[in-house]
Design a protein around this ligand. Structure first.
Ligand SMILES: [Zn+2]
Length: 169
């Protein structure tokens, strides 16, 4: 039963499921330690994950994704989120052809929000069986590709969809 493939239990992995964004950036970029990671999106570490910057909102990969392709639509203020959420959904569908997708908000820390003061929409592609024994028993996510690869795949598709749709009215 047990084998070398068995995931090791890890506090970091558990933390990642519940406060994915904040934990990553507080440890990776000290500049954000006292501020808001979404307001500080111009840092190089964050820009490496940005898929698209709109006029009023941006699309960014979650540094500790729940699944491959885990993206977030974050308003610079509040307005452009619905449009970019739809286009990001279309881009993730095209790139990953998932069998389902979780799209939603974690409002407040008890609901799992890692960044509590800056609303953001999560998009998580889902496949049948992707919550199998690995995360349940091992508390570890096994992701098939690096974030650099995910960004490189999704960015051009999202750019094309945004261009096809035209500027927001
Ligand atoms: Zn902010």
């Amino acid at each position: 039963m047990a084998s070398s493939l068995e995931p090791r239990r890890s506090e970091a992995a558990v933390d990642r499921l519940w406060s994915p964004w904040r934990h990553a950036y507080v440890t990776r970029d000290e500049r954000t330690a006292g501020g808001c990671v979404f307001c500080d999106v111009d840092t190089p570490a964050a820009q490496a994950l940005v898929l698209h910057t709109g006029r009023l909102a941006f699309v960014i990969l979650n540094l500790y994704p729940y699944n491959g392709g885990h993206a977030m639509v974050v308003p610079k203020r509040h307005v452009e989120v619905a449009r970019l959420t739809r286009l990001t959904e279309m881009a993730l569908e095209e790139v990953y052809a998932p069998q389902g997708m979780n799209i939603g908000l974690n409002l407040g820390r008890p609901a799992g929000a890692g960044v509590v003061d800056h609303v953001h929409v999560h998009l998580v592609p889902r496949w049948n069986g992707d919550t199998n024994f690995m995360p349940v028993i091992g508390e570890v996510r096994v992701l098939p590709e690096t974030l650099d690869t995910t960004a490189a795949r999704v960015r051009p598709v999202l750019a094309r969809l945004v261009a096809e749709q035209g500027a927001p009215r």
